[in-house]
Design a protein around this ligand. Structure first.
Ligand code: HEC
Ligand code: HEC
Ligand code: HEC
Ligand code: HEC
Ligand code: HEC
Length: 373
C-alpha cells in the first residue's frame, strides 16, 4: 500500500500549489483537511494514543498519518499525486491509493493547459467517490467504523449525486490564476459539521404536534437526515447532535425543557465506551439517522402557563461518554506519575489541547423554530 504521507513526503507543500491555484488554496485552508493534524482534538487523541501504547509497553502508533497526513494535513498532493484507486479491501477494509509518476498531478480536466511546473493528467477517479474512499471508508480492528461511502452507496442519493455534489460545489472561476483559462472549478472548502450552512443542509426538524394537556405540553418533533449518508458520522467517535424542546412563558423564558441526543458509541474489549481507534472492539449503542430517515421524538413538558415552544438543534463537536472521559483522566494521571521527559511533553500537549477541546464540547446552535400554543 502507499500511505498518503509517503506521497506527501515526495512532493511539494500545499502553499506552493497556491502560487498558481489561488482559489483552491484559499478554500482548502479553511477546510477540515487543512487542520487534519493541527486541530486540538486530533493532537489530544494522537497524544493519548501514543501514551496508551507506552503504558501497555507496545511500540509507538504512527498509523494516523496514513489518512491525516503530516504537517501539511490532507494537502493538495495527497489527493492529486494519485494515479488510481485499488478498490481491493485490505485488512482494515480500505481502498488503496496508487502513487502518480513524479511531478504529475491528476485531476478532472481533460486536456488541461500546460503548467510550467508540473505535468497534468486527466483521471476519472477524481470525478466520483473513489478518491474519497481510502480515508472515508474503513474498518478499525475489523469493526466497521467510518463507513460514509458504504452508507452513501446504500442510499438513494448515490443514484444522482456523488460526494463532490455536496462537498465540492462546481462554480465558474479560474483554475490557475496566472496561466489557466476560465473554467468550471470545484470549491475546496469541504464543508462538514464545522459549517452551520452545511449542518442546515443535512438536518431538518419540523414540529408535528404541540398542544396543551392540563399542566403538560405535548410536543412531537420530526427530525430528518437530508445528507447522503448516516448522521452524525465520524471515526471512531463522532460529535453528536442535540435536539432541545423548551416550553416558553410570555417573556420567552424557558419554564421546562427536555433533550434527545443523536450519536453513537464505540466499545473497547471490556465493553466500555472508547474514543481511541486502537481500543475499538465493537460498536455500541447508536441513535444515528440513515440517509433520508425521519424520526419522530415525543416530549411531555410540565409547564402550566407556557404560551409557546421552541425547538433547536445543536452540534456538539466532541461529546465523549462519561466512562471515556474517566479513562482519559486515568491516563493523564498515569503520565503525571511517570517521570520521563516524553511524559512531560505529552502532558503539556494534552493539557494544552484539552483546554481548547473543552470549547469543542460546547453545543453550537444551527437550527431554531418556534410555535405559539
Ligand atoms: C506555476 C503555476 C502552477 C503551480 C505552482 C501549480 N500548478 Fe497545477 N496547474 C497549473 C496550470 C496552468 C494548470 C492547467 C489549468 C487549466 O487547464 O485550467 C494546472 C492544472 C492542475 C491540475 C488539473 C489537472 C487535470 O488534468 O485535471 C491539478 C490537479 C493541479 N494543477 C494540481 C497542482 C498541485 C497539487 C500543485 C502543487 C504541488 C500545483 N498544481 C502547482 C499551474 C500550476
Ligand atoms: C481531499 C482531496 C483533495 C484535496 C486535499 C485537494 N483537492 Fe483538488 N480536487 C479534488 C477533487 C476530487 C477534484 C475534482 C472535483 C470534481 O471534478 O468533481 C479536484 C479538482 C482540482 C483541480 C481542477 C479544477 C477544479 O476545481 O475542478 C485543481 C486545479 C485542484 N483540484 C487543485 C488543488 C489544490 C491546489 C489543492 C490544495 C490547495 C487541492 N486541489 C486539494 C480533491 C482534492
Ligand atoms: C488522505 C485521506 C483523505 C481523503 C482522500 C479525503 N479525506 Fe476528507 N477527511 C480526512 C480526514 C483525516 C478528515 C478529518 C480532518 C480533521 O478534522 O481533523 C477529513 C474530513 C472531511 C470532512 C469534514 C468532516 C467533518 O467532521 O465535518 C469532509 C466533509 C470531507 N473530509 C470530505 C471529503 C471528500 C468529499 C473527499 C473526496 C473528494 C475526501 N474528504 C477525501 C481525510 C481524507
Ligand atoms: C446529498 C448530499 C451529500 C452527499 C451525496 C454526501 N454528503 Fe457528506 N454531508 C452532507 C451534509 C449536508 C453534511 C453535514 C451534516 C453534518 O455533518 O451533520 C455532511 C457531512 C459529512 C461528513 C461529516 C459527518 C459528521 O457527522 O460530522 C463527512 C465526513 C462527509 N459528509 C463525507 C462525505 C463523503 C465521503 C461522501 C461520498 C461518499 C459524502 N459525504 C456524500 C451531504 C452529503
Ligand atoms: C483510515 C483513515 C484514518 C486513519 C488511519 C485515522 N483517521 Fe482520524 N479521521 C479519518 C477521517 C476520514 C476523519 C473524518 C471523519 C468524519 O468526520 O466523518 C477522521 C477524523 C478524526 C478526528 C476528528 C477530527 C476533528 O477535529 O473533529 C480525530 C480527532 C482523529 N480522526 C484522530 C485520529 C487519530 C489519533 C488517529 C491515529 C491513532 C487517526 N485518526 C487515524 C480517517 C482516519
Amino acid at each position: 500500500m502507499v500511505a498518503a504521507a509517503t506521497i506527501l513526503a515526495a512532493v511539494a507543500a500545499s502553499a506552493d500549489c497556491g502560487r498558481c491555484h489561488v482559489a483552491h488554496l484559499e478554500d482548502w485552508r479553511k477546510s477540515a483537511h487543512a487542520r487534519a493534524t493541527s486541530s486540538a482534538l486530533y493532537r489530544l487523541l494522537a497524544t493519548l494514543s501514543r501514551a496508551d501504547h507506552a503504558r501497555a509497553g507496545q511500540p509507538d502508533d504512527d498509523s494516523c498519518a496514513a489518512c491525516h497526513g503530516t504537517e501539511d494535513g490532507v494537502g493538495c498532493p495527497i489527493c492529486h499525486a494519485v494515479a488510481g484507486i485499488d478498490e481491493h479491501q485490505g485488512a482494515q477494509g480500505r481502498a488503496r491509493m496508487k502513487a502518480a509518476p513524479p511531478d504529475t498531478y491528476f485531476g478532472p480536466i481533460d486536456g488541461p493547459a500546460e503548467a510550467r511546473v508540473h505535468r497534468s493528467s486527466a483521471s476519472a477517479i477524481h470525478r466520483d467517490e473513489r478518491i474519497c474512499a481510502p480515508c472515508h471508508d474503513h474498518d478499525v480492528n475489523g469493526v466497521p467504523c467510518c463507513t460514509v461511502l458504504r452508507e452513501w452507496r446504500a442510499s438513494q442519493t448515490s443514484d444522482f449525486m456523488t460526494c463532490q455534489s455536496c462537498h465540492m460545489r462546481a462554480v465558474a472561476g479560474r483554475n490557475a490564476a496566472r496561466d489557466g483559462p476560465s473554467r468550471t472549478i470545484h470549491r475546496h472548502r469541504f464543508p462538514g459539521s464545522d459549517d452551520p450552512d452545511q449542518l442546515r443542509a443535512g438536518w431538518d426538524a419540523q414540529i408535528r404536534e404541540a398542544a396543551r394537556a392540563g399542566p403538560e405540553v405535548r410536543v412531537t418533533v420530526a427530525v430528518k437526515n437530508r445528507a447522503g449518508h448516516s448522521l452524525p458520522n465520524g471515526e471512531p467517535f463522532a460529535g453528536s447532535v442535540l435536539l432541545r424542546v423548551e416550553a416558553l412563558d410570555l417573556a420567552g423564558n424557558a419554564l421546562a425543557s427536555d433533550e434527545r441526543s443523536f450519536g453513537f458509541e464505540m466499545l473497547d474489549a471490556a465493553g466500555s465506551p472508547t474514543v481511541l481507534r486502537g481500543r475499538v472492539a465493537r460498536r455500541g449503542a447508536s441513535s444515528t439517522l440513515v440517509s433520508g430517515e425521519t424520526r419522530e421524538e415525543r416530549f411531555r413538558l410540565v409547564a402550566s402557563g407556557a404560551v409557546a415552544i421552541a425547538v433547536t438543534l445543536w452540534h456538539v463537536p466532541f461529546d465523549p461518554p462519561p466512562a471515556a472521559r474517566k479513562w482519559m483522566d486515568d491516563l493523564r494521571a498515569w503520565m503525571g506519575q511517570e517521570k520521563g521527559k516524553e511524559n512531560r511533553a505529552w502532558l503539556e500537549e494534552i493539557d494544552g489541547s484539552a483546554r481548547s477541546v473543552d470549547t469543542l464540547a460546547r453545543p453550537r446552535l444551527f437550527w431554531r423554530l418556534s410555535r405559539s400554543l
